[in-house]
Ligand binder design. Structure first.
Ligand code: HGY
Ligand code: MN
Ligand code: MN
Length: 408
């Protein structure tokens, strides 16, 4: 006799806290892609999927799957457990543990499931090597020939990082099996809190451009070399950034954002003129033409440096995604689920990138947000009220039930 599926809030919270203990770093969490703590968390997640009665699998790039046994078709629910270098306990982890809890609740209810619930923990969502790497590989959108060229900020290649999973097959999206993808995530911004809403129904995800500018100069003595003789890679970098800030500021709309998150000067000594300089560049917008406008600015400024012959500048883009819209049916299921359970929801765009954007190119997707305290994320201060965490899981369960019913 089937029972009503129910989220067990205490179990959900206990799993989130246990996951947060893997890679604990001060008040936050550090599980950068393919680090020991990231791999340990993936193995832990695979065990939790197995304990929930799902068929667990870790694939060639470290994506962790839990398959609903015997289902010909399934709704895929998940997110990621890798973090930024000094991250919080919920970014990505919330969505993976929600997926586990929804699958558990539906399995425990014992209902006949013509459409199952598969769950997933995607690898390297944060772009330690390349953004949405696991989900893009799952979709067949990341060329393995690039593995030797893509490096983390310490210069480690993806090929080296992936030896830990070398003996495993690559799992690919099968559109005949997977009817769509749901992802729950913390908002990582201030809007839900400001609007006093506990549920956000995501309407769109920004397009993102991520890349590196590499500057080549010549090492010289910083005291004896006349300024006019220098080929200073560091000053090329700083002048380049100043030009980008000026031109980006001029052309930005209200929603355009950009960030220079990482600078490396080589050899990095106070008394040596830098011979090399590396800069990470990222910009985002909900409009494709705005991203293309910024692409042109970056290329034009690099060409000006190369034309001046005071050193070289090369640009490598590691991620260029288009803004995407959510599937209307998936959005309505999420919105109706929130209303039925009695949680006030609001539609809002996502300024953060998510694995859902990679899957959106292939299957219907939907996303829901829960509030971030103070709008903070990508920091150990990241937090969400427990009542909002449980509410989000209840809405996701209700939406998943509606979707598998509607698609059966
Ligand atoms: O950067 C992002 O938008 C996401 O947190 N990876
Ligand atoms: Mn995330
Ligand atoms: Mn993140």
């Amino acid at each position: 006799m089937a029972r009503v599926a129910k989220i067990v809030g205490s179990r959900l919270l206990s799993d989130l806290h246990e996951l947060a203990s893997i890679g604990r770093s001060g008040a936050g969490v550090r599980r950068v892609a393919y680090s020991e703590s990231d791999v340990a968390a993936r193995r832990w997640i695979a065990q939790k999927f197995a304990a929930a009665g799902l068929t667990p699998q870790i694939d060639r790039v470290g994506n962790v799957f839990g398959r609903w046994p015997g289902a010909a078709r399934a709704l895929l629910i998940g997110s990621h457990t890798d973090t930024v270098p000094s991250g919080g306990w919920l970014d990505g982890s919330l969505g993976v543990i929600y997926a586990l809890e929804v699958a558990r609740a539906m399995a425990e209810a014992g209902a006949e499931q013509p459409i199952g619930i598969d769950v997933v923990d995607f690898a390297d969502e944060e772009g330690t090597f390349a953004g949405w790497f696991g989900s893009r590989t799952f979709c067949g959108d990341f060329n393995t020939a690039l593995w030797n060229d893509v490096r983390d900020s310490e210069g480690r290649t993806l090929t080296d990082a992936l030896t830990v999973f070398a003996d495993r097959p690559q799992v690919r999206l099968n559109k005949a099996h997977t009817i769509g993808y749901l992802e729950a995530h913390i908002e990582q911004g201030p809007r839900l809190e400001a609007l006093n809403r506990s549920i956000g129904i995501v309407s769109s995800i920004v397009g993102i451009r991520t890349g590196r500018a590499h500057f080549t100069g010549r090492a010289d003595h910083a005291g004896t070399t006349p300024m006019a003789m220098r080929k200073d890679a560091g000053q090329l970098l700083f002048a380049f950034v100043n030009r980008l800030i000026a031109r980006f500021s001029e052309k930005a709309t209200r929603d355009t954002v950009w960030n220079f998150g990482n600078v490396v000067l080589t050899p990095g000594a106070a008394n040596v003129v830098p011979s090399e300089a590396d800069l990470s560049i990222q910009y985002r917008d909900a409009e494709l033409r705005q991203l293309e406008l910024f692409d042109n600015i970056v290329q034009e400024e690099a060409q000006l440096i190369n034309a001046a012959e005071s050193g070289r500048c090369s640009i490598t883009m590691t991620m260029a995604t288009k803004p995407i819209l959510m599937d209307q049916t998936f959005q309505s299921c999420l919105r109706d689920a929130a209303a039925i359970i009695g949680h006030a929801s609001v539609d809002l765009p996502s300024g953060a990138g998510h694995d859902a954007a990679a899957l959106a190119l292939h299957i219907p997707i939907g996303m829901l947000f829960v509030p971030s305290k103070g709008g903070r994320s990508h920091t150990p201060d990241e937090d969400t009220d427990e009542k909002d965490i449980v509410a989000g899981a209840e809405v996701l369960l209700a939406a998943a039930q509606r979707l598998v019913h509607a698609k059966r």
